[in-house]
Write a protein that binds this ligand. Structure first.
Ligand code: NAP
Length: 335
């Protein structure tokens, strides 16, 4: 069966996922699009063989030709589209964030629980990256013993003018929070945030930041966000266990030795670094939904947990305090 997908939000990532669904992934077809800017949606649809342009996301969700919904609009709009998709009984892949407040995420957990099976998947693509998967395999195999510390670095060469200090947590570190929960297989329980001496290339931005988190069992997690570091988009992760360590390997297809130096290329941006992960993420989503299995990737609970950690992180950033993370009761649907 070909999965007929409707895409809400045809901006940067929406267009990239449409390219992916139509040219890279097998078993899917984009049959409808919608965007706040109807002209942009029309332009995108004109490049597709048979896509209807809807004036609203709600109309797209109600379209009988749409089997599954992909939400790529701005974060504050996600809640309404995910809830409408659940109400229509349709699978929905939502780019992060699931919703922008804890309360909104809870509404989604309640709605999906009332539906009775998983429809929602959240776009935490690092879980599909082959390096992260290899790192998780090592942790799960027990070869380095029980994890004690995890170091996670998230380095960007630069960020746009509208980037604020909160975004270092809610837009950037949110991926580190999710992948930490997934790698270690447990929830995050507390966070502190400290600012280093500011990088002068970031003008008035408080950058870099160091976040020190504790997991429920007491593993310490150190997340560094450096978003003006110029040398490239570099994602690093190292687990220190009781008997060894395991780290994401440096990437690059060739090792270059020249001018008394040896090294590998560093990606320019996140698209280059995670392009293969997005492809795997969407192929697995299409396969699972088309087969009737439903969403099997990062769940609404994962989206909720990430949002609660982000809220605590922003509070810690402004207060300078250690802020506890209380997720509350986990609905039975999420195991
Ligand atoms: P973008 O380029 O600004 O695209 C968002 C699009 O959604 C724009 O075309 C915007 O139209 C449209 N839009 C806004 N409100 C809408 C509504 N109510 N209904 C339908 N369309 C609406 O942003 P982006 O970079 O693609 O990001 C989109 C989402 O993907 C964000 O939530 C972002 O966090 C997420 N994202 C995730 C990753 C990842 O690594 N997983 C990477 C990038 C982005 P106008 O511009 O006309 O307002």
């Amino acid at each position: 069966m070909t999965l007929r997908v409707g895409v809400i939000g045809t901006g940067m990532i929406g267009r990239d996922h449409i390219r992916r669904l139509t040219r890279v992934v097998s078993g899917a077809e984009v049959v409808a699009v919608s965007d706040a800017n109807e002209q942009v949606a029309k332009e995108v649809a004109s490049g597709l063989p048979d896509a209807t342009v809807h004036v609203s996301g709600e109309d797209l969700i109600g379209d009988e030709r749409v089997d599954a919904v992909l939400v790529c609009s701005w974060g504050p709009t996600h809640e309404a589209y995910v809830l409408a998709s659940i109400a229509a009984g349709k699978a929905v892949f939502c780019e992060k964030p699931l919703a922008t407040t804890r309360e909104a995420c809870r509404k989604i957990l309640d709605a999906e629980s009332a539906h009775g099976s998983r429809l929602v998947q959240v776009g935490f693509m690092r879980r599909y990256d082959e390096s992260y998967r290899a790192l998780k395999d090592v942790i799960d195999s027990g070869r380095i013993g029980a994890p004690l510390i995890y170091f996670s670095s998230h380095r960007n060469p630069s960020v746009p003018e509208h980037y604020t200090k909160d975004m270092a947590i809610v837009d950037t570190a949110v991926h580190d929070f999710d992948v930490t929960r997934w790698l270690l297989g447990e929830e995050l329980a507390a966070i502190r945030v400290v600012a280093a001496k500011a990088n002068s290339l970031g003008k008035d931005l408080q950058d870099p930041l160091l976040m020190i988190l504790e997991t429920a069992s007491g593993v310490l997690v150190n997340v560094e966000t450096s978003v003006n570091i110029r040398y490239g988009y570099d994602i690093r992760g190292e687990v220190v266990g009781e008997t060894g360590t395991a780290a994401l390997a440096d990437r690059g297809l060739v090792v270059l030795r020249t001018g008394n130096q040896v090294g590998v290329a560093v990606p320019e941006d996140w698209r280059q670094r995670f392009i293969a992960a997005y492809d795997v993420e969407f192929q697995e989503w299409v396969n699972a939904v088309a087969s009737g299995e439903g969403a099997t990737g990062p769940s609404a609970w994962d989206g909720y947990a990430a949002q609660v950690v982000c809220d605590a992180g922003v509070e810690a950033l402004y207060s300078g305090d250690r802020v506890e993370i209380d997720l509350g009761v986990k609905p039975a649907l999420y195991g």
